[in-house]
Design a protein. Structure first.
Length: 531
C-alpha cells in the first residue's frame, strides 16, 4: 500500500507540473523566500502548451486527470462562489456533470455483463452517446420495452485502484499530521479519512444508491417540496442503475428559472426546509447536494418543486446527535450562548473542566455578528474559521460523524446564495426546528417512545431468565440452592432493577420526556418491592 501511495504522489506531482498549478500558489501572499525559491524550480523554464489555457481551465483539467476524489473536491469548491474567483468557479462547475465520458462501447459492454442480456433485449431504445458524465459514473438515456423513458447509470471502469491509491496517500498524510500537530489530533483526520473511505466505496455500489433513492422517495411521497425518480429494480445491479428519466431545469440555470417566473424566494426557502426535514424528521439526508444533482420541476413555477438525483451518498444521525444539534441551533437562534456552551460541555465535546463563562464569551464573539443579516452578507467560510480558532483555544474536538452534515451545509449555502441572496437562513429554519422540538414531546411521540420501551421488557425478561439458567447449570449435580426455587421472583426483581435503571437514564438524558420515565420508575419499584 505504501508503494501505491508513493506512485500516486509522483503522479500528483506530474499533474501539478504539467498544468503549472504552482502559478496559483504564487498568487497567494507567500513569504519572500518561498516566492524566490519558486522561480528557480526547473520545470518553470520549460515550455508547456497548457500555459495557453486559463487558470480555471488548468485547475479543472488537473482535477479531471487526478480522478474521482479530486473531482469531488472540485465539485465542492464550485458551490462556494463567495470563496472562489468567478473564472475558477465557472470552470469547476463543469465537474458536476461534464466530466469527459469513457468510451460508449465500454459502457455497453459493462451494462450487458451486469444484466446478462444484450442492450437490444432489455431496451426498446438505447442512446449510445451519454446524457451526462460525472466523477464516478455516466448516464445514458433509454426506453424500456414497456415504454417508460429511463436513464441508465453505469460505473466507470478501473476506479478502485485509483481510489485505493488516493486513500492510501490521504491516510499517510492524516497519520503524519496527527504525529506532528496537536491541533491536527483534535481534528481527528484519520477518523475523517476513514469515514470518507466508507463513503466513496459505498458510492461505487449502485444497488446501495438505488435503495437510498427508494427510501428518499418514500420519505417525500406526495410532498410538494421534493420529487425523487422511481427506481426500476428488475434492471439494477451493483454497477448498473436504471431509473425514471426526469425533465427539469438545472437549479443553476437562473435565466430559464426566471423566464418561467419561478418564485425564487419560495424555492430558496423550500431548499432549507427540505434540508432540515431530511436531517431532523427522517435522519436520512442527501449528502451530495451539489447543483449537478438538483433540478426544478417545470409544472408549477409559482409552487416550485425540487427534483433530486444521485443518492449515492446519504447521511444519517443518531437520536442523540439530532437532539444535540437541534438544542444548539435553537439556543443559537435565541442567542442563548450560555446554553450553547453548557451543551458542548455536557456532550463531552469540550473538557468537563472548561469554564462556562469563558466559553460563552468566546461563542458570543463568533456568532453575534451573523444574526439579523441576509444570507448574502454572511460568510460561513469566515465563521467556520473563527469557530476553529475558538475550538483550538478550548480543545474542542471535531466530530467525524458530522462531516457529511457539514459538507451538505456548505452545499446548501452555496445554492442559496445563487437562488436568492437575500434569504434569511435563520428566520426560515427557526420555526421548523421549534415545531420539531414540540412534536418530540407531543402525546403521540411520548406514547410511541413508551411503546418502544415496553417492547424491550420481554426481551429483558428473557435475557434475565437465560442468565439465571446459565448460572445454575454448572451446579446441576449439587443440591438445588434455595434461591433457585424462587427463580421467577428473582427474575422479576432483576427486571424491576432494569426498569429503574432505564427510568434514571431516560430522565437524565431526555428530561423533556419525564412522563415515560415516571411510568418506568413506578413499574420498577413495584417489581422490586413486591412480596
Amino acid at each position: 500500500m505504501k508503494l501505491l501511495a508513493a506512485r500516486r504522489l509522483l503522479r500528483i506531482q506530474q499533474v501539478v507540473i504539467r498544468y503549472r498549478l504552482d502559478d496559483l500558489l504564487l498568487e497567494l501572499p507567500l513569504p519572500w523566500w518561498l516566492r524566490t525559491l519558486s522561480h528557480v524550480l526547473p520545470w518553470r523554464w520549460l515550455p508547456r502548451k497548457e500555459l495557453s489555457l486559463t487558470r480555471g481551465e488548468r485547475l479543472r483539467l488537473a482535477l479531471e486527470d487526478l480522478g474521482p476524489i479530486f473531482i469531488k473536491f472540485g465539485q465542492l469548491l464550485s458551490t462556494r462562489r463567495d470563496l472562489m474567483p468567478p473564472d475558477i468557479a465557472d470552470e469547476l462547475a463543469r465537474l458536476q456533470d461534464q466530466v469527459p465520458p469513457f468510451a460508449p462501447e465500454k459502457a455497453v459492454a459493462r451494462i450487458e455483463e451486469q444484466l446478462g442480456a444484450s442492450v437490444s433485449e432489455v431496451f426498446a431504445r438505447f442512446d449510445v452517446e451519454p446524457l451526462a458524465s460525472a466523477s464516478v459514473a455516466q448516464v445514458h438515456a433509454a426506453q424500456l420495452k414497456s415504454g417508460e423513458e429511463v436513464v441508465v447509470k453505469v460505473i466507470r471502469p478501473n476506479l478502485r485502484p485509483i481510489i485505493r491509491q488516493d486513500l492510501a496517500w490521504l491516510f499517510i498524510l492524516a497519520r503524519l499530521a496527527e504525529r506532528v500537530s496537536a491541533d491536527a489530533r483534535r481534528l481527528r483526520p484519520v477518523e475523517v479519512v476513514d469515514d470518507y473511505e466508507k463513503t466513496i466505496y459505498d458510492e461505487l455500489d449502485l444497488l446501495r444508491e438505488a435503495a437510498n433513492a427508494s427510501q428518499l422517495r418514500r420519505n417525500f411521497d406526495g410532498s410538494p417540496l421534493l420529487y425523487v425518480p422511481q427506481v426500476y429494480w428488475d434492471w439494477c445491479r451493483p454497477k448498473v442503475l436504471v431509473m425514471e428519466r426526469i425533465y427539469g431545469i438545472p437549479v443553476t440555470d437562473l435565466t430559464t428559472l426566471a423566464d418561467q417566473r419561478t418564485d425564487m424566494k419560495l424555492l430558496a426557502e423550500r431548499g432549507v426546509e427540505i434540508f432540515f426535514t431530511q436531517v431532523f424528521r427522517d435522519s436520512f439526508f442527501h449528502a451530495d447536494m451539489h447543483p449537478g444533482n438538483i433540478f426544478v420541476a417545470t409544472r408549477q413555477p409559482w409552487n416550485p418543486q425540487y427534483i433530486a438525483i444521485d443518492c449515492g451518498i446519504i447521511g444519517s444521525l443518531t437520536p442523540e446527535d439530532q437532539d444535540y444539534l437541534a438544542r444548539n441551533l435553537i439556543a443559537f437562534f435565541k442567542r442563548d450562548y450560555r446554553r450553547v456552551a453548557q451543551l458542548h460541555i455536557d456532550s463531552g465535546w469540550v473538557p468537563a473542566e472548561t469554564k462556562v463563562n469563558d466559553f460563552e464569551a468566546a461563542i458570543r464573539t463568533v456568532c453575534e455578528p451573523i444574526f439579523e443579516k441576509p444570507l448574502k452578507d454572511i460568510s460561513f467560510g469566515q465563521l467556520l474559521l473563527r469557530l476553529f480558532q475558538t475550538a483550538r483555544r478550548f480543545n474542542m474536538e471535531v466530530q467525524p460523524q458530522l462531516v457529511l452534515l457539514q459538507k451538505t451545509l456548505l452545499n446548501i449555502e452555496g445554492l442559496g446564495r445563487q437562488l436568492y441572496p437575500d434569504l434569511d437562513l435563520w428566520t426560515t429554519a427557526q420555526p421548523f426546528l421549534e415545531r420539531w422540538m414540540r412534536e418530540r414531546v407531543s402525546p403521540r411521540s411520548l406514547l410511541s417512545n413508551l411503546q418502544s420501551q415496553v417492547e424491550q421488557v420481554p426481551h429483558l425478561a428473557g435475557m434475565t431468565r437465560d442468565l439465571l439458567e446459565r448460572m445454575s447449570q454448572p451446579h446441576a449435580a449439587d443440591p438445588p440452592p434455595p434461591w433457585q426455587q424462587r427463580n421467577d421472583g428473582l427474575a422479576l426483581r432483576l427486571l424491576g432493577v432494569g426498569l429503574l435503571l432505564g427510568a434514571a437514564s431516560l430522565g437524565l438524558e431526555q428530561h423533556l420526556q419525564a412522563w415515560p420515565s415516571w411510568l418506568m420508575l413506578a413499574g420498577g419499584l413495584y417489581l422490586v418491592l413486591r412480596r
